[in-house]
Every structure is written in C-alpha cells, then in structure tokens.
Design a protein around this ligand. Sequence first.
Ligand SMILES: C[S@@+](CC[C@H](N)C(=O)[O-])C[C@H]1O[C@@H](n2cnc3c(N)ncnc32)[C@H](O)[C@@H]1O
Length: 257
Amino acid sequence: MLLESYKTFEPANYLQEYYSTVDLENRSLLAFFAEAYKGIDPNSVMLEFSGGPSLYSLITAAAHVKEIHFSDFLERNVEEIKLWKRFRHRSYIWINFFKEALMAEGLSEVSTDDILEREELLSKKLSDFLLCDAFNRHPLGQRCYQRYDVVAANFVAESITPSLKTWEEVVNNICSTLKPSGTLIMTAIQGASFYCVENHRYPAIAVTPEDVIRVLSYQGFDVDNLLMRHIPAEITDISAKDYKGYQGMLFVKATRL
Ligand SMILES: C[S@@+](CC[C@H](N)C(=O)[O-])C[C@H]1O[C@@H](n2cnc3c(N)ncnc32)[C@H](O)[C@@H]1O
C-alpha cells in the first residue's frame, strides 16, 4: 500500500535530513549495531526490511552475515543502494559512517584501506534487491515466508502509520519473513506523532518498550533476554524550529525461542 505521504519521498532529501552528519543519534545507532551483531551466526542470510536509501545499518552487519538482501517499498530507494553497489568508489556520502562504525566495532584508528575493505565487503554481501510492502501479510511474497536468519527493520513500522493497531500488524508481517529461531534487529523513534523531512511530515506512532515487548512476546521471541537500549533525541523541545517529531529512539535485538 502506497501511503499518500510517501508518494513524494525523495531519497536525497531524506539522506540530507538524517544522514548528512554522524551526529549523536547516528553514533548511538552504530554503537548499538556493533553490540547487536556480535554473536550472529556468520552463515546467516539477512534481510534489511525497508532500508530506504540508507547504508548506515549495513556496515557492521556486513562483517557478521553471509549475505544481505536489501528491500524497500519504493523502487527509487532500492535503486540508490544498487547504484552504491555499482559505483561505490564515486560515493562519498557514507564514508564518515564507515569510519564511525569501524571505531564502534573497536578499531582505535581507521585508515582509508580499512574503509575501502569494508565497502568492498558490504558490496559483495549485498546479493539481492527486493520490493516489499509492510502492510501485506507476506510483505515480500509467499516465497519469503520464514526465509531469513536475521531481519533488520530500522525506523519502519512506527514510521509508516499513525495507528498502534496497524503498527502491531506491520511488525507481525515483518516477522513473518524471519525463520522460527531467527533474530530480529529493530530500531524505532519514540514518543513520535510524526517525523520530518525538510518541512514535510510523515506519519508516525508513539510506541513504548511495553508495546514492543507485547508484540515480540506474541511472535515467540525470548523477551526475557532482549537487548534493549534507549537514547533521547538530539532535539526534544517540541517548540524548537528544527524539532523532528520524536523524543527518543529505541533499539532492540530479539531472538525467537
Ligand atoms: C523512516 S524511513 C526508514 C528508512 C531506513 N530504514 C532508514 O533507517 O533510514 C521509512 C521507510 O519505509 C518505507 N515505506 C513506505 N511505505 C512502505 C510500505 N508500505 N511497506 C514497507 N516500507 C514502506 C519508505 O520507503 C522508507 O524507506
């Protein structure tokens, strides 16, 4: 289902708004991925669900999984990542994210060769590109039912609906692509009623850790052993000119029993 607001979603504007610098929110995300991907089976096939035009979430994943399948609802977002894979040597926008991700993984100094090596690795691991629809019970079609060892969904379910009931359905739909004993890595904005790209507002729903635990428990995840982190947003004053619509972020890693 194509939401009205996503008809005009422009990858370049979105990247400029959220990923033009490695700010505190982005550093925290990269630190979370460094923690979350530890212990993932290196033979895993991973799905990035609705990755947008973004690469930041794949940098550490590339060092821990065998293959990455990248998806989004919008073909123009998937196209951005395909272009990066083909012409990455011409793309500079993610370089600071590679550097920061490698530091979050424990490198005290990061050389150009280290970055090139990880870029090459990620490019190799990106082995399939798919279109998805989170509102569909089988968001990637029936053939992808319980197909993946790892599913990552970053800022998706709570960023495409203003309804808590629909959010739950969307998380359930996303989880249908995960194998019975698979691992879900999910990040979400918190305390949100919208998120902004330039002056355009996209729908969002405020979800709490309790909401996340409820839906993960229903999906058969080991909720007693979740990895869960919270950070405040950089701008929490709702009257600030550049308030982005959310109060914080929630990061979760969960494995199905
Ligand atoms: C806030 S962005 C997150 C993108 C990316 N994961 C990131 O962290 O930068 C929300 C994403 O949801 C995607 N989207 C919009 N409608 C969707 C739908 N019906 N099914 C799945 N994804 C959708 C958009 O194309 C966009 O990439």
